[in-house]
Design a protein around this ligand. Sequence first.
Ligand SMILES: Cc1cc2nc3c(=O)[nH]c(=O)nc-3n(C[C@H](O)[C@H](O)[C@H](O)COP(=O)(O)OP(=O)(O)OC[C@H]3O[C@@H](n4cnc5c(N)ncnc54)[C@H](O)[C@@H]3O)c2cc1C
Length: 436
Amino acid sequence: MTDKLAAIINADQANSWYRHSLETAFSSTSAPVNTQTKVCVVGAGFAGLAAATGLHERGFDDVVVVEAGEVGHGASGRNGGFIFGGYSLSPQALVRQQGVFRAREMYQLTTTAVELIRQRVAQYQLDCQFHDAGVMLADWFDRPDKLHKEMQFMNQSMGANWEFVPRSQLCRQLETDRYYDGLLETDAAHFHPLAYATGLAKVLDNAGIPVWQHCPVTSIQRDGNRWCVKAGEVEVIADQVVLACGGYQQILKAKPRQAILPISTYIMVTERLPELLPKLIRPAWAVYDTRFAFDYYRPLPDQRLLWGGRITVRDPDVKTIEKRLRADMARVFPALANVKADYVWSGLMGYPRHEMPMIGESEPGLWHLTGFGGHGVAPTTAIGDLLAAAISENDKRYQWFKQYDLKSVFGAAGLIAAQLNYWYLQTRDYWRDPQR
Ligand SMILES: Cc1cc2nc3c(=O)[nH]c(=O)nc-3n(C[C@H](O)[C@H](O)[C@H](O)COP(=O)(O)OP(=O)(O)OC[C@H]3O[C@@H](n4cnc5c(N)ncnc54)[C@H](O)[C@@H]3O)c2cc1C
């Protein structure tokens, strides 16, 4: 393995609270040098695991999964753990692009996926701190009319289940005067994402679907009417290949790479706060707010607070991340200004230009399943399952997404444009803030 490759693969998950609190890591057998299979899934994030699990649940077990690092190494094992409906693209934009009927069907794939996650956690007894507590969208801008409209749109047009929570009530639940009213997505939940990913990998492994870790795929070539997937010495000959590499596409120069912008976001976990935390955050909700670059946070079972936020195209160093996140946290909860952060980490989200998942065959038998951006827990489950249905049952619903194809993001120029756009949107939010 080259040094550059090793650096990409080993990048920085070490200081995540998820790694430290994971009870039993997944240990895989090492990959044999030669394997023949029907389906080879590349990437053991939620997308790859959802596709493999969907195949397994349909009785299709001639599958292998290969992962460059460890299971959940990418965004899936580092994220905020919010499990809620929708995509990175807003539902309103989805309606403009698809019409209300198809947009509702597409949105409901994700709410069905929330239910599917809930069902898998129960069925496979996945020990992943699943909290069926709902997700609160707290308004930063004092726009009750806009919030009421949003709720009506979500409930009537998308078939969602959102509740309006007036400021007087929200302020009794969250000890801050930073927010105005809120919308509670009652069917949403949150969990320990690395434990969930690890749990799914164990289910697959027990079912005879191997998940090979430390197996970075560096080439995929045609082999007659099959595909040859190479990871060092390891060679997998497969009828079909599924590329599910998220924002971690640097290793493999394949087509999806040109269509993904790797965008960073950050999380820290505080020291234990047994006295303070229950006074500041009473419900077990996961919370985010109505800005473009919102804060997201949730209480953890060991009385710490997980706090995430910020988006950039380059990773600053850990000290800078910590400083910024602590300032964000103190702005909402001044009482936390002096608490320590015990864990700080970053992760890459894979963003396409159109902000929608990309699923399809770029050549016969070569599938891509990627582009979930910052809103991927439920969508990876939904679209991974669509892909499993496409392969095993010839289900054509994946074609609902054909408009969202592998459009080039124009490499470095695309990253600069994205950063400029983020600064613009953040500045606009700053000027709209009634408490600035
Ligand atoms: C910090 C952070 C917080 C987030 N919070 C939330 C949240 O609370 N809720 C939500 O819905 N979404 C959230 N997201 C987004 C969500 O985590 C992602 O959209 C989702 O996990 C993407 O899953 P994936 O499987 O497509 O990609 P990943 O999880 O990134 O998985 C891709 C995998 O492919 C592997 N891989 C790459 N190249 C190769 C190769 N050549 N060979 C073998 N393996 C390879 C990688 O190692 C990686 O494990 C967050 C993202 C981040 C980074």
